[in-house]
Structure formats: structure tokens, C-alpha cells
Write a protein that binds this ligand. Structure first.
Ligand code: PEP
Ligand code: MG
Length: 579
């Protein structure tokens, strides 16, 4: 039995069989192919070689056209290396005779070649870079086949992987994937968010452990505590089975809250809306008694589609959401691609700091045809229900004005063609950068509502990558710097009479509910699975008590102190509700 501690990102406990997907990046473990699978694995290798060859040819032709034959010769040399008979024979032999996994064969063989070049003390040493390039491309093409592996899952498994991208996670089949655990990943990554949306228990940031598993063995995944237990003994399995049963009973009890409002004991009605990534999640939100959809992350339409979505694709998705939610409001956020939300098949030019790079509204404003397509579809959907539009990651007022100008222009277009839309569709912005918080008094005059994205706000305030396990301990919603920004944002919005919502993961955790209510929050948008518990807490507290809690928390100067205090408050509340 081996117990591992990671970061809990999507709740739930599950017991099942491991499926290992350890092929990621360039950490290629030494794995072996079963003899019966050698031919299939060799075919996989041949496909990757052919795809790499096509990529190099495409690069060669493009460079030839642009810069001429002298530069294109670099790629011709890559092609010659890739197809070198000796190299190909070595790769085949590594798989056929040594039963190496193709990824391992590629990595080991090419790295050996690269080392030989590197050790030469002349200009040929530079060639080592070319070999690493070929290795990278071959591995990418081999690993690209991972989607098929994921798509082919047809029996219940717990996935153990080095990493899963948000788009891979979005494509997981919930019927079979009981849970997943990864070596990489941080508390606020979009992989974590999608897992929670899909209600797949998940633990990330476990560090290296895959060398100890080969697949098929029993695993316990505890998404509440961030624990993964490999090869558990009978006693541990029995204990966790009991926990699964207890969780079922609690969930059934909370089901009773479905039709009750989230109203505090002193009569303040809190709007609890759902966060969704896919139209199918509306049902999960409704079945928990949501007040609408407070955040629809539309970028997942791009992440789950093999091609760029058309206006009709957008419209089909949005109208499905609007129809299923009936007359409740739906906040549709425009494309928030970039940073960790990239399509795997697209290889954008690498950015050194993608979180600080061309993401979100910045990307939309650079790619106007794509942006306009989405805006047309959102506007058309506004004709059939209570649709509101939300711009993500706004950091300057010029961006907000530009986005609004494009929207106004698209409205004009639709009007000219007699296409129906709501000309008064409310327009909001996400507050998720310190710049937006500091300048909120200016922004607030130009929007109908704001939605505070604490996931990014924490990341940008504390300069901590939300997806990096190495700094996960610093990624903390309790940090006083975060609390003060929340207070300011909510104060500015209240004074301006503009509705404010918190839609980051923070509002979905019951530990923060009293604090947020005390800071003045009256709307929260949370993952569907969190709605019942949040409602329950709202119904058990008074705003007056919550104010006291917020004041005390704001007077503290360290995240540790705030966290201990909020935990304590939570415990007291739980013991009162049990008593
Ligand atoms: C946030 O940043 O808090 C947010 C809701 O947006 P996302 O998690 O999609 O970046
Ligand atoms: Mg965000």
C-alpha cells in the first residue's frame, strides 16, 4: 500500500482500477510493450514518423517560399536525419527486440545521438539542437495519439497521468472515468475546474509517482483530502467504502434544499448561480436549485471541437443553455482562451509567460473575425432569453471600450439585416487583475455588472501560477492582499449600485461563504456540485454575524491566521447545525 498526498481539486471519493497515462512532456519512463502489442506499437511509431516528416516538409516549403533554399536546407537536413536508415533500424529494434515503448525508444535513441554530437568540439555540436527538435516532434506526434487512448476508454477506470490538459479533461467520458490523479497541476488550474464541472473526483500535484504503477492495480482516490492510495489493503478499502456511503446519505439530505431559497436567517436573499463549461451541465445546476447560470465558460466550445466553431455552433450551444435554464439569467463569457486553455492540436508560437501573454479578451481583440462570430451568436441568443455578456480579463479601460465598440458594431450589423437581439443586453466585465480592482471606480461607470474571478485575481495579486504545484502553498484565497481587493471591489460596486458576483472557485467553497457575505457579496456563482452546501450555509447564518467575521478576518495580516480563523468559524457552524 502506498499513500500519496496531493492537492484536492474536485471532491468525491472513488475506488477503482488504475489506467496509467504517463506519456507527457519529455519525462518518458522506461516502459515495456507486451509482445503481442509490438506490431501495433510499431505502427504507432511509423505514423508518428510520417506525421513528423510531413511537418518538416511543410516547414521546409514555407521557408523556401519566404527565405529561399539556403534556409530551407536546414529542414532538408532534418528530413535526412529522420529518415536515416540506421536511426530507423535502431528505433524499430528497440521496440521489436527490446520491447521498449515507442516513446521511450525515441527519447533514448535520439538523446544518445544528440550527446554524441554535443561532445564534438566543433560546429557539428550545433546539430544536437536539430536532433532534440526531431525528438520533440516525434514525441508530440506519439503523445498526440493519447486523445485516442482517452476516447477509447470503455470501462470504469481511475486515470493516473503525468498531466492532463484542460482540453483532455473536457473530453473525458464521465460514464467511465471515475476519477483522475496527476503528478503536475495546481489548485486553480482549468483542468481542476473542468473536473469539478464534470463532477469527476480529482487530485493533482502529486509529484513523481508513476514509476511505481503499471496500470490495472486497485486505487483509492480521495478528492476531498487530496489523497491517492495505491494497492490499498482490505481494511483501508472498507473504511473508504463507508465514506462513500456516508457522502451519499449527506447528498440525499442536501437534495431537500433544491426548492428552498438561499436566504440568510436575517432574511437576505442570496443569488446562487451555477458555473458551466458545457450546455449539458445546466441540468446539474437546475437539479440543485440554481438561480441561473452566472458563468458560462465558452472557450470549452473551442477546446472540445476539432475545428474553429462556426456562428451556428456557438448559437446551437448558447440557445441550448438558454432554453434549458428556462427564464433564469445566463451570463455568457466571451472566449477566454490562452494560458493553460490551449487546444492541443494547435501549436501557437510559444510565449515565455503565457499567463501574462495573449490570452482572453486580448486574444479576442486581436482576432476580430473570430470575436465577431461569437458576439453575433451571443446577441442572437439574447433574443430568446435573459442573456448577459461578460468580458474576461479586462485590465485596461481601453480594452473594455474596444470590446464594447465591437459589440455595438455587431449589433448594428444584425439590426441592418433584421436579425433579432436584445439591444439592452447587460454587459459586464470580469474583475480578475489588480489593475481592474484599483481602477474599478472608473470601470464601474461603463458596465452593467461585474463578476470577480478570484482564480485569476489570486494568481495575479500574489504572482503565483495557479497551475503550478511548486508554488501551490502560496496560492491562497485567505491572503490579506486578496481579501482587501475583494473588499474594495464589493464596496465600489455597491456604492455605484452595480451588481457584483464572485465566480471564482473561492465562492464555491463553504469555508469562505460567511466571509464573502460579510464583505457584502449577494451573488455567487459556483460549480453545480457546490450549490447545495452553499445554500445550506447561507440558510444557517445571518448577515450581521458574517459582517463580524469579515471584519475580524480583514484585521489579520497573514493568510495562515485568516485560514485558521475561517476554519474555526466553519467548524463552529457545523457543530451548531448538528446540535
Ligand atoms: C477566475 O479567474 O476566477 C474565473 C472565474 O475565470 P477562469 O477560472 O475561467 O479563469
Ligand atoms: Mg479567470
Amino acid at each position: 500500500m502506498l499513500k500519496l498526498q496531493g492537492i484536492a481539486v474536485s471532491p468525491g471519493v472513488t475506488i477503482g482500477e488504475a489506467l496509467v497515462l504517463d506519456s507527457e512532456g519529455f519525462r518518458i519512463p522506461r516502459r515495456f510493450v507486451a509482445r503481442s502489442a509490438v506490431d501495433t506499437e510499431l505502427e504507432r511509431l511509423a505514423t508518428a514518423v510520417a506525421e513528423t516528416s510531413r511537418e518538416i516538409e511543410r516547414n521546409r516549403d514555407a521557408i523556401q517560399a519566404e527565405l529561399g533554399g539556403q534556409y530551407a536546407a536546414i529542414f532538408a537536413a532534418h528530413l535526412a536525419m529522420l529518415h536515416d536508415a540506421k536511426l530507423q533500424a535502431e528505433l524499430t529494434s528497440a521496440v521489436r527486440d527490446k520491447n521498449f515503448w515507442p516513446e521511450y525508444a525515441v527519447s533514448r535513441t535520439l538523446r544518445r545521438y544528440a550527446k554524441v554530437f554535443q561532445n564534438l568540439d566543433n560546429h557539428i555540436a550545433q546539430r544536437a539542437h536539430d536532433i532534440y527538435d526531431i525528438e520533440k516532434s516525434l514525441l508530440r506526434n506519439l503523445l498526440g495519439q493519447r486523445r485516442e487512448t482517452l476516447a477509447a476508454i470503455s470501462q470504469p477506470v481511475i486515470i493516473l497521468a503525468h498531466n492532463l490538459t484542460p482540453s483532455e479533461t473536457a473530453n473525458l467520458d464521465r460514464r467511465f472515468v471515475q476519477g483522475f490523479a496527476t503528478e503536475l497541476g495546481g489548485p486553480g488550474s482549468h483542468t481542476a475546474i473542468v473536473a469539478e464541472g464534470l463532477e469527476i473526483p480529482a487530485v493533482v500535484g502529486l509529484g513523481p509517482f508513476l514509476a511505481d504503477v503499471s496500470g490495472g492495480e486497485p486505487v483509492i482516490l480521495d478528492g476531498n483530502q487530496g489523497v491517492v492510495i495505491l494497492q490499498p489493503d482490505e481494511e483501508t478499502i472498507a473504511r473508504y467504502r463507508l465514506e462513500v456511503e456516508t457522502a451519499r446519505t449527506v447528498a440525499a439530505r442536501l437534495d431537500g434544499l433544491r426548492d428552498l431559497p438561499a436566504e440568510t436567517t436575517d432574511g437576505v436573499r442570496i443569488q446562487v448561480t451555477g458555473n458551466i463549461e458545457f450546455p449539458s451541465e445546466v441540468e446539474q445546476c437546475l437539479s440543485r436549485g440554481c438561480d441561473g447560470i452566472g458563468l458560462y465558460r465558452t472557450e470549452f466550445l473551442y477546446l472540445t471541437s476539432p475545428r474553429e466553431p462556426t456562428e451556428e455552433d456557438h448559437f446551437a450551444a448558447y440557445s441550448e443553455v438558454v432554453r434549458s435554464i428556462k427564464n433564469k439569467p445566463v451570463v455568457i463569457r466571451t472566449l477566454d482562451l490562452g494560458a493553460d486553455k490551449m487546444r492541443t492540436e494547435k501549436t501557437p508560437e510559444e510565449e515565455r509567460n503565457p499567463c501574462l501573454g495573449l490570452r482572453s479578451i486580448r486574444l479576442s481583440l486581436r482576432q476580430l473575425p473570430m470575436f465577431r462570430t461569437q458576439l453575433r451568436a451571443i446577441l442572437r441568443a439574447s433574443a430568446i432569453g435573459d442573456v448577459r455578456i461578460l468580458f474576461p480579463l479586462v485590465s485596461t479601460i481601453v480594452e473594455l471600450r474596444q470590446a464594447r465598440m465591437v459589440l455595438a458594431d455587431v449589433m448594428e450589423d444584425l439590426a441592418e439585416h433584421g436579425i433579432a437581439f436584445n439591444p439592452k443586453m447587460p454587459v459586464g466585465m470580469m474583475v480578475e487583475t489588480p489593475a481592474a480592482v484599483i481602477m474599478l471606480d472608473a470601470f464601474i461607470r461603463e458596465v452593467d455588472f461585474v463578476s470577480i474571478g478570484t482564480n485569476d485575481l489570486i494568481q495575479y495579486t500574489l504572482a503565483v501560477d495557479r497551475g503550478n504545484k511548486e508554488v501551490a502553498d502560496l496560492y491562497n484565497a485567505c491572503d490579506p492582499a486578496v481579501l482587501r481587493q475583494l473588499r474594495r471591489s464589493l464596496d465600489v460596486a455597491r456604492e455605484a449600485g452595480v451588481p457584483a458576483n464572485v465566480c471564482g472557485q473561492m465562492s464555491g467553497s463553504v469555508m469562505y461563504t460567511q466571509l464573502l457575505l460579510g464583505l457584502g457579496l449577494r451573488q455567487m456563482s459556483v460549480p453545480a456540485s457546490a450549490i447545495p452546501e452553499i445554500k445550506q450555509v447561507c440558510r444557517s447564518v445571518s448577515v450581521a454575524e458574517c459582517r463580524g467575521i469579515a471584519e475580524r478576518a480583514l484585521a489579520m495580516d497573514s493568510a495562515r491566521e485568516v485560514k485558521a480563523f475561517l476554519r474555526d468559524q466553519m467548524r463552529r457552524l457545523l457543530s451548531e447545525s448538528v446540535a
